[in-house]
Design a protein around this ligand. Sequence first.
Ligand SMILES: Cc1cc2nc3c(=O)[nH]c(=O)nc-3n(C[C@H](O)[C@H](O)[C@H](O)COP(=O)(O)O)c2cc1C
Length: 198
Amino acid sequence: MSELLYLKTSVNGEQSRSSLLSERFIERRLANRPDTRVITRDLVTNPLPHLGPKQWDALRLDADQLSAEQLAYRRLSGDLITEFDNADTVVIALPLYNAGIPSQLKAYFDLLARAGISFEFTAQGPRGLLRDKDVFLISTRGGVVEEQDEHQLPAVEQLLGLLGITQVHRHIAQGLDLSPESNVTGLANAWEGLAAMA
Ligand SMILES: Cc1cc2nc3c(=O)[nH]c(=O)nc-3n(C[C@H](O)[C@H](O)[C@H](O)COP(=O)(O)O)c2cc1C
């Protein structure tokens, strides 16, 4: 049995095109590999606490200095790291919002990145401590982003790299809000690449 962790991050609910593509991909993958268990985490309908001073203390101070709320945040961080580490495949539905990643996904990575637990500092720089796995980034965009303006995928790839994840697959559906035709073409082009990977 292999495990697939699916992270949803769109604010568009049922209309979300990153979710649509991701779920089609997962459906196809399950047909090809029925021995797969899917764990879905919707970071928008079940948002995680954002990193603030209390949360930062929760991750760095000794347990006996923490409130019940801080201890819960720290436990949540440990549980999310275990869930991510156990997954053999991760699919991230990744809309482009204001040139970057949805803030809910940033809150997730702020809980995942833990020095001494999910990565460590070495003389050569940080080294990831999590099990490598295939991560599919299914990015949907209203417009077309020029290479020099692309900050979303490199940011996610850098965060994954910090944790030790190198097998990252980019799939981009772009121009979706430019016209009805470019929506259809953008989704079809992305699906072609995704179907081949399923
Ligand atoms: C709050 C917000 C910000 C957006 N910012 C951008 C942007 O910076 N660049 C862009 O090309 N499209 C932008 N869009 C359009 C979305 O990327 C596009 O609609 C995409 O399909 C969203 O994915 P989703 O359908 O899964 O939510 C934005 C949409 C929203 C709702």
